[in-house]
Design a protein around this ligand. Structure first.
Ligand code: AKG
Ligand code: FE2
Length: 316
């Protein structure tokens, strides 16, 4: 007698092909796309690739990602300022349901804690987030007189300008990082290992693999909200990091990013096609919702109740 055939489980959806992203570089204070129509395509894709400018050395960021989770005691002098962050409450986050552990520092915390070469790199990346923010506002035809109001001052560096250093612990049998949208306007992300995936909108995830010499820039939820009633809205990229597997003899996956976000208090705005801007919702409520939905961990209220800056997301 033969056993009744067991139902065949549906195969998982095939992964989507890698995204063919637009490429741009910074020229002075402007953003230049390699192809005509590059900016509208990037806004619709929710992301694009930005050439790492000459003079921006990513080495200190990589060192931080590889070292921050290690104890400082016994470290060579050169690495000591990069280590010992696990005990620093408010800077270090162990995302218990995911492989990621990360540092999140706003601009004043970076000035206080980072060695000079690392600080210089993070501020250069942060300046790039503002260059992109201004370029997109210009490209969308948003009158400059509205920029300060609708970004909560972020456009002049008065928002919350996070820096995140991410380390994925391959020994944890968990997803790398939760599906999320970054909460702010613009993220400039450095990666050198695959693992990042973007939602395609039809239930599949497309790899966003690193391209040497390029950052990945993506837009966040505050930008989507701001522009959703305009004829050419900015799409906030929903992304995640798939589970990283142990690779003996190879370094763990790391990434680091700078974020231009609105301030944690006050309102998020929405632009109307008639050229006016209106408060859409409270920043605090939005961030609280985001933290709970994305991480479901004990940091859900971090920075919100006491009006300190709120955590941006997977980093933000
Ligand atoms: O590690 C990555 O590739 C993505 C990190 C990320 O999404 C974030 O820091 O917001
Ligand atoms: Fe993210």
């Amino acid at each position: 007698m033969t056993a009744a055939p067991s139902p065949v489980p549906a195969p998982p959806p095939a992964p989507a092909p890698p995204l063919d992203l637009q490429r741009a570089h910074a020229e002075g204070t402007t953003l230049v796309f390699d192809t005509p129509g590059g900016l509208p395509r990037a806004l619709a894709d929710g992301c694009f690739r930005l050439a790492v400018p000459p003079g921006l050395d990513p080495t200190p960021g990589l060192t931080l990602c590889r070292e921050f989770h290690r104890p400082a005691a016994g470290a060579p002098a050169r690495l000591r300022p990069y280590r010992g962050y696990r005990d620093r409450e408010g800077l270090y986050f162990d995302r218990e349901h995911f492989q990621t552990e990360h540092l999140l520092l706003d601009a004043p915390a970076r000035a206080r804690h980072f060695p000079p070469e690392l600080y210089a790199m993070t501020e250069h990346m942060s300046a790039l987030t503002l260059l992109v923010l201004r370029a997109v506002l210009t490209g969308l035809g948003v009158p400059e007189t509205l920029w300060t109001t609708v970004t909560g001052g972020a456009v002049e560096g008065r928002g919350t300008h996070w820096f995140a250093a991410n380390h994925y612990r391959p020994e944890r049998d968990r997803p790398g990082c939760a599906p999320h949208q970054d909460t702010g306007f613009v993220t400039v992300l450095h990666l050198q290992e695959p693992g990042l995936e973007a939602a395609t909108g039809n239930g599949t995830w497309a790899p966003v693999d690193p391209l040497p010499g390029h950052f990945v820039v993506n837009f966040g939820a505050a930008f989507e909200l701001l522009t959703e009633d305009l004829p050419r809205p900015v799409r906030a990229l929903t992304h995640r990091v798939r589970q990283c597997v142990p690779r003996p003899g190879e370094p763990d996956r790391v990434s680091f990013a700078a974020f231009a976000n609105p301030p944690a208090t006050g309102d998020l705005y929405r632009l109307r096609p008639d050229g006016t801007a209106h408060p859409a919702r409270s920043s605090e409520e939005f961030l609280r919702e985001f933290n709970a939905r994305t991480w479901s961990d004990h940091y859900a209220d971090f920075g919100i109740a006491d009006t300190a800056p709120a955590a941006p997301g997977a980093a933000p």
